[in-house]
Design a protein around this ligand. Structure first.
Ligand code: SAH
Ligand code: DHB
Ligand code: MG
Length: 225
């Protein structure tokens, strides 16, 4: 019975929870339409996960957020909505086309004054932030090319401070963490980052598995010691 179509039921329950509890605002719904119209890949955080990012930003008391991987700006908008007056969010995106769609979405959401989109390879942007002497970030969301996850995690610690919250998306990857041959490009970076989360004395971390519209996946939450 219910075992036969668990995935359809996971998605239906996710939509129910999004409608009843999460309630994304009209700016997020408009952003979804713009991303669809621009043919961007549908790999953004679900509304339920986006709302969690907003709540974690708020619970962290964050004023400065760093995001690696902007796409159309969904997670950007969710997190910026959790920032207080005077907060700032810097987000790194490699593809100019994605950055343009995100810029319009963020502006349309009334968050243009909070969000700075830096176009280029994130590793270059992160090094630039360090040379510029950027103020420490209170919250870092890692969600770009998975092969660089261990380097992004190290940067998150270096650009953070004791107490900084780090969230990393896509750390279960349909179970490929136990079977890297399923995705030889992405799985090794995900696995290496998880190893670091467990071993690096600068971090305290856990992982929550998820199912739903984005398949079988999970996210890591860590705190810089
Ligand atoms: N965080 C977004 C989804 C990001 S998808 C959301 O949930 O709404 C991953 C994004 O990372 C894509 O837009 C991709 O172009 C970008 N990306 C891939 N490699 C990158 C790199 N080396 N530097 C910066 N961005 C990169
Ligand atoms: C992909 C990337 C993501 O960040 C995500 O959340 C889902 C899928 C991808 O590259 O396929
Ligand atoms: Mg992701």
């Amino acid at each position: 019975m219910i075992e036969h179509q668990p995935q359809a039921r996971w998605v239906a329950v996710e939509e129910y929870l999004s409608d009843v509890v999460v309630r994304p605002d009209s700016s997020l719904r408009q952003a979804a339409e713009a991303a669809l119209a621009a043919n961007l890949p549908p790999i953004e955080v679900s509304p339920n996960a986006g709302k969690l990012l907003k709540l974690l930003v708020q619970l962290s008391g964050a004023r400065r957020v760093l995001e690696i991987g902007t796409l159309a700006g969904f997670s950007t908008i969710w997190m910026a909505q959790g920032l207080p007056d005077g907060g700032q969010l810097i987000t790194c995106e490699y593809l100019p086309r994605h950055a343009e769609v995100a810029r319009a979405n963020v502006d349309q959401a009334g968050l243009g004054h909070i969000v700075e989109i830096r176009v280029g390879a994130a590793l270059d942007t992160l090094a630039a932030l360090q040379s510029e002497g950027a103020e420490p970030f209170d919250f870092v969301f890692i969600d770009a090319d998975k092969e660089n996850n261990p380097r992004y995690l190290d940067w998150a610690v270096r650009l953070g401070r004791p107490g900084t919250t780090v969230v990393m998306d896509n750390v279960v990857w349909e179970g490929a963490v136990l079977e890297p041959g399923l995705d030889p490009l992405n799985a090794p970076g995900i696995i290496a980052a998880l190893q670091l989360m467990g071993e690096d004395p600068r971090l305290d971390a856990t992982v929550i598995q998820t199912v739903g519209s984005k398949g079988w996946d999970g996210f890591a939450v860590a705190r810089v010691r």
